[in-house]
Design a protein around this ligand. Sequence first.
Ligand code: SAM
Length: 585
Amino acid sequence: MLKYARSLLDTVLGRKRTLEVDDTTENTNAGDENKRIKTDGGMVYQVTISNIPTCSNSYLKSHFLSKGIPRVKKAPEWNYAVVNFKDKKEAQSAVEKINGDVFKGNLLEAKLVEITEESHRTRFQNKKGKKGKKGKADDGVDLSHLTPAERLARQVTPLYYMPYEEQLKKKQSVGEGHLKSFKRELLRIKDISEASKKQIEWATKPETPWEVLDIIPSPEVEGYRTKCEFTIGKNLDGEPTVGFLLGLFRMGIVSVLEPSELKNIPDIAKKIAKSMEDYVRASEYPVYDREAKEGVWRTIMTKTQRTGDVMIVIQIKSEGLGIEKVDELKKDLVDYWTVRVKDQGIDVTTLLFQEWDGVSNGMTDRAETQVLYGDGYIFEELLGCRFRLSSSAFFQVNTPGTELMYSKCAEWCNLNNGKKTTLLDICCGTGTIGITMAKSVDKVIGVEMVPEAIVDAKANAARNGITNVTYYANKVEDRLDVFKRVGDEEIVAVLDPPRNGVHASVIRAIREAKHIDKVIFISCDAKQAGPNFTTLCRPQTSRHKGLPFKPVRAVSIDLFPHTDHCELMIEFARIKPEDIDGDGQ
Ligand SMILES: C[S@@+](CC[C@H](N)C(=O)[O-])C[C@H]1O[C@@H](n2cnc3c(N)ncnc32)[C@H](O)[C@@H]1O
């Protein structure tokens, strides 16, 4: 396992030993490369061609064939191609032909890697065994030929190699796929009476009953992420490094690579990570070792908003240091971040500190966050409103993209219709959705389980002159009374829950609230939230009271360019008794 981890890191870090070679060393004497090659028999000479532009495979193949290079392989998602040779001279000659060749305006580059035949075979067999597809890695992509920076990028931003237009097409079709599979799920529900079946008749029709709008692209495609959590660890050379963990911790990979090449990380956050790295390298304290569970420096989180505000939260393991040393260290951190890094263009608004001796990695809500400098919060502007953000409160990481999402949500809520309306902002975080729409409704009710976020939400409402809001710092499943109507107002529910949605009791309460006819569900993982959609739309039973809803329109909003993630917003409307011939109730 350790050897595998080492080999993966070697590949990531561009060392000479390749993953393929190392795969075969699992049970051999590491370092005895000659012996291994003899044992393995023949060699494969693999040429990797990088800088390949987007084009059809047949066009690509015929280009290389015309140069006398057959068998060029390229998966659609790769921005490189590979070709294997049995003969080293042939491979070298291919490298010469390719280097400097211009293909569709791109200057090609070729590299030769020597692999033992057995390791090559084993690698392909392993992958076949795992996924059933010859030559494909876990996610269908062969990673072994990527440069270190590409490898980390592949892990953190798996779509980085695709032109943005293609990423959008992919996400559009993923969103549509989620809706279709949700429809199939509904039809799989068993033991539905004939009368109840009419309530999901729309799902039995081949055509989709909902309108799918074109995906809303992110206005900023690079450096959009306002919140970053960097791991402090060591790279393979044992140097303290601030960045992202390579590969999987559970596979024994505990080394860290700098985020310098990642497209989604803003320059200011990269600068902060680098400054932290300089600080840690000069520090008398060691970085935290995730395996041994010892050391001091653990994590640094940054929030860098478009207002220019910068929050830094530094997490250490303080066990055994003693109060005096920790106090000294805190003072030095304040001096470093507020005085010594100023000339690097880092202007810290607030600095926070967390002491965490537990085993879980990353910032935690199980330890106090101390304010070392500033007020402990920062500000962001969104649709003309100003929001205060504390360290633990959720705030969307792509501000301009979020503005587009909320504007579309407000449009779908259709609040300026002259009716008396209450807007339910369920899972409201710092109150952004409700506050940006508050002027169009009589009342906003926000429910959020993180108390600090509710403190922010109340302060945010006051700061923006909003007085028609009521906030509850509760789990929404413990506050089902918010779905009850007090007068004759119309109630629109906007749900923006975490990945796996809300507790089913929340959805059942919405169904039971007969006066709620419209639900806008914003999901950052529509697959995981699928059971919520099914509970909302399935036919009535004694447990699922009230007429069901059906999806009427949907749109994907790309808040996370270069990653697999995307928001999907769905409007659900209550089906009407006349839609089911007046029965089924
Ligand atoms: C995706 S965020 C959305 C926050 C907010 N609507 C926004 O856009 O900034 C989901 C929020 O749901 C909150 N949350 C998670 N589970 C909850 C629950 N059971 N009840 C209430 N809030 C919850 C989280 O703390 C988080 O603030």
